[in-house]
Design a protein around this ligand. Structure first.
Ligand SMILES: Cc1cc2nc3c(=O)[nH]c(=O)nc-3n(C[C@H](O)[C@H](O)[C@H](O)COP(=O)(O)O)c2cc1C
Ligand SMILES: [Mn+2]
Length: 479
């Protein structure tokens, strides 16, 4: 088991020791880094490495970016402090087990930290100091925030939220930020805007990948992702207070900036290539963050993720965390005998989710399916939920589609839920109708009423398989 790490730099050292770090010198921020990530992810060895870019043209040596932080089983295990995991399904189980007994630990405010090594304010604020990538050819601008933490505080209840919401640079001292309706940061921001108050905000753009996993996935409403991540780490996340907003900023972060957004201060945001595989949200007016302070470490590392036609450099980790969170929510809702959950990368971890159960009573499979489609973790922009029996591995698309093709009678076993939680990124919803979508719950379990009479599966029994294997193993040369 690898040692725990203190910050992104410690994490990078450990990933290097695992042999999962690729260093690339001299790639341009202008499309080249993004294209390299796509090539490595689609055409390179599996699993793809984390990629650390340095020597970026136009930037001082040492100003780096890193992509694909959480893109393998071993890197996820390191980040989450999990041991004895060899596969994605092991990760989901281990994540779930760890999170079940988890006590959240609030962050610890410290006086200073490496993030204050450099402080720019007033005229010195310049976001172009950092090599923010132009990721895809049709993007509307350079995105400094993808693998980022957007920190806001509920104006009445006081709790602090962290969400990964994309941030497009508009000028030296201002950015747009896009938060889909229903996200916690959006709920916070709307509360300030309804009262005609500015919304204080911090954006952290280089940090421990654990914070990214917490911010980029659906932690419960009202629970700070800082507390959640602290619970996973087993110790509080150290934070400093922003000089303008007072909001907590990870003390060991690489790059952060803070300022405020005002309801009437809008600029065009997008287009941006997204996790669905399309530039589906086009260009819209979105609120602007006016930046008052920029903080960064010497030789800062900008953390990046490139959403794109899946698989992307973060779709693996998205699917893992989401599967574990949905499983947990199903059990909290009282759905028994869940045997597995898998949010497939083909659906960007959201659109195509499978649950396997040991059917225990009539209606069990529909209950599992309907609830999955409306969980907090699985509710946003979901399209298909497929419920399968326990003999089907939910992570195996071949088996899942076989079960759909043979155990589901479409007229009886597909239910459509309408007017569900979607958003501007949904590619099949036309302009003007964005916001809502429908979803199919596909019951691909053997019908409960006659499941024991369902035709037997035509494959070798375990006994026949083992007997044959033992007799013929040398000749068959199976792996
Ligand atoms: C790399 C990455 C980029 C994301 N970009 C956005 C975004 O631009 N807007 C958005 O609303 N959600 C985005 N998300 C999804 C949210 O981060 C996710 O739904 C998270 O749960 C939001 O936090 P919240 O639950 O506290 O609202 C992104 C997630 C990841 C992993
Ligand atoms: Mn949240």
């Amino acid at each position: 088991m690898l040692k725990p790490y203190k910050d992104l730099r410690g994490w990078i050292d450990l990933v290097d020791q695992l042999g999962e770090l690729k260093r690339i010198h001299g790639a341009d921020w202008n499309l080249e880094m993004g294209a390299i990530i796509e090539l490595i992810g689609r055409e390179g060895k599996y699993p793809p490495p984390a990629v650390l870019f340095d020597g970026i043209p136009g930037y001082p040596e040492g100003f780096k970016t890193i992509f694909g932080t959480t893109g393998s089983v071993q890197r996820m295990a390191l980040t989450l402090g999990l041991s004895n995991v060899k596969s994605g399904t092991d990760l989901v189980k281990a994540y779930r087990e760890k999170s079940m007994g988890l006590k959240s630990i609030p962050p610890k405010v410290v006086g200073t930290g490496p993030i204050f090594e450099n402080i720019d304010s007033g005229k010195d604020v310049d976001l172009y100091k950092f090599p923010a990538p132009l990721m895809h050819e049709k993007d509307g601008g350079r995105y400094i925030g993808t693998n980022c933490l957007v920190v806001t505080r509920h104006p009445d209840e006081g709790w602090v939220n962290l969400g990964a919401y994309r941030i497009m640079v508009h000028g030296k001292d201002h950015t747009a930020f896009y938060i889909s309706p229903g996200k916690h940061g959006r709920i916070h921001r709307d509360l300030y805007f309804e009262r005609k108050e500015p919304c204080p905000v911090v954006v952290c753009a280089g940090h421990d990948p654990l914070l990214f996993l917490a911010a980029g996935n659906e932690v419960a409403y009202g629970l700070s992702e800082y507390d959640y991540a602290g619970g996973f780490k087993g110790e509080p996340i150290e934070v400093v207070k922003g000089k303008y907003t007072g909001l907590p900023i990870p003390a060991w972060a690489e790059i952060a900036f803070e300022g405020e957004a005002v309801w009437s201060d809008l600029k065009m945001e997008g287009p941006f290539g997204e996790w669905t595989g399309y530039y589906a949200s086009g260009e819209r007016q979105e609120p602007v963050i006016r930046v008052k302070y920029v903080y960064y470490r010497n030789n800062p590392i900008l953390t990046c993720s490139k959403p794109s036609r899946p698989p992307s450099d973060y779709s693996f980790s998205k699917g893992i965390v989401k599967s574990a969170l949905i499983w947990e929510e199903l059990e909290k809702c009282g759905v028994p005998n869940v045997k597995g959950v898998w949010c497939h990368e083909v659906g960007g971890g959201r659109l195509f989710n499978v649950v396997s159960i040991k059917q225990s009573y009539p209606g069990h499979s529909r209950q599992a399916g309907f609830i999955t489609s409306q969980t907090h973790a699985g509710g946003y922009l979901n399209r298909f939920v497929i419920v399968v029996d326990e003999d089907i591995d939910p992570s195996n698309l071949f088996d899942v589609v076989w079960a759909m093709s043979t155990r589901c009678d479409p007229a009886e076993d597909i239910d459509i839920m309408r007017k569900c939680w979607s958003g501007p990124l949904d590619p099949i919803i036309p302009k003007g109708k964005k916001g809502l979508n429908s979803r199919a719950v596909i019951d691909a379990c053997r019908p409960y009423a006659w499941k024991d009479d369902f035709p037997a599966v035509a494959e070798c029994s375990k006994e026949l398989r083992d007997m044959t294997y033992n007799k013929w193993r040398d000749i068959l040369g199976l792996v």
